[in-house]
Design a protein around this ligand. Sequence first.
Ligand SMILES: Cc1cc2nc3c(=O)[nH]c(=O)nc-3n(C[C@H](O)[C@H](O)[C@H](O)COP(=O)(O)OP(=O)(O)OC[C@H]3O[C@@H](n4cnc5c(N)ncnc54)[C@H](O)[C@@H]3O)c2cc1C
Ligand code: FES
Length: 355
Amino acid sequence: MQRILRSRALAALTSPHGVDRYLELVNPMWAAAEVRARIVSIHREVDVPGHPPVATLTLQPTSTWRGHRAGQHVQLGVEIDGARRATRVFSISSPESGPGDRLTITLRANPRGVVSRFLVERARPGTMVHLSQAEGEFVLPDHVPERLLLLSGGSGITPVMSMLRTLHRRTHRGRITFLHYAQSPDHQIFAAELDEIRHSGHGTEVHLLHPELGDPNLSPAYLDRLVPGYRDVLTYACGPAPMIDAVRAVYDGSDVLRVEYFQPPRTSGTSAEGDVAFVRSGVEVANTGATLLEQAERAGLTPEFGCRMGICLSCTAVKRDGTVRNVLTGEESSLPDEEIRVCVNAPVGDCVVDL
Ligand SMILES: Cc1cc2nc3c(=O)[nH]c(=O)nc-3n(C[C@H](O)[C@H](O)[C@H](O)COP(=O)(O)OP(=O)(O)OC[C@H]3O[C@@H](n4cnc5c(N)ncnc54)[C@H](O)[C@@H]3O)c2cc1C
Ligand code: FES
């Protein structure tokens, strides 16, 4: 059936819309190539008054879903109130999956956000969403070493939770240290499950820390006490940018560290020079050193964006002139008429962009 659905003859017959547009009309869970998913359930993880709620969505993907490795993310698109599809990136919080298997994402409703608020507050079981295949290199190695350290903060817990769940399902016998920073015990996601894992006798140490209540911050001395010789232990870290900065400092260049960002690192504007011209809009601003997307938004423009992390390419624009620095890699580029992702590129001096 899938072979017929993917055949060239059928593609020609259904051009220009493609087979999937027609299949979707008959049954939203039928697909030949693209991936869609039905929301099966929505579970509120934490709901602290005055703070954005966090929920886990269980998704049943179409049979085109190829599965995922623990730690990977998906691009998820929704059409809200008939507007153009908005796409954001979410780590998968459930253990590794096979083709067609259910998966979960766990997300905080950003109070000013479009997609996360819709998914947590307005979506219902039965709502359909669009998915990419699983992506990302923040994954467990094929051969998991004897010792492993999983470090996270806030909603950065999701990819490392997928890793921990995967290793538990595989009954991995090594020593895993799971260290998570949350604002308070009330903000702690997956608390009951982590407690169960802690007591399962499988060699996993779980440390749930709340520095605002006096628990220790991350430091070389503290980490060395928990995981002696941690600079030689394969470590996965995901959390807010300041936490990742602290982790990087504590590991001091060690090559055992793997990190995942949900947001690009903050760019300091203190040494920024020159002007940024958004030529299509006829707007020129003094360069603040922030990413071109942030500078455009601050100037009142509304360029298209998706992940804000250089993943989805939806913010691609042509830089006509000037030098930009990729805030993730530090790489600079000065080519004229070059396509760049404005969400992760910051101007270095004067810059002209087709926005
Ligand atoms: C690899 C990766 C994995 C992720 N995994 C998770 C996860 O597991 N769980 C999770 O909760 N999140 C995760 N995220 C974050 C997620 O992708 C979204 O960024 C987050 O949910 C907010 O999306 P939103 O649509 O609600 O907000 P958006 O609508 O994207 O808004 C986000 C922020 O952008 C700014 N903004 C938006 N539009 C404008 C404008 N016009 N002018 C000025 N500022 C503006 C605002 O400050 C707003 O607060 C992940 C991100 C990445 C890159
Ligand atoms: S918004 Fe996704 S690459 Fe820029």
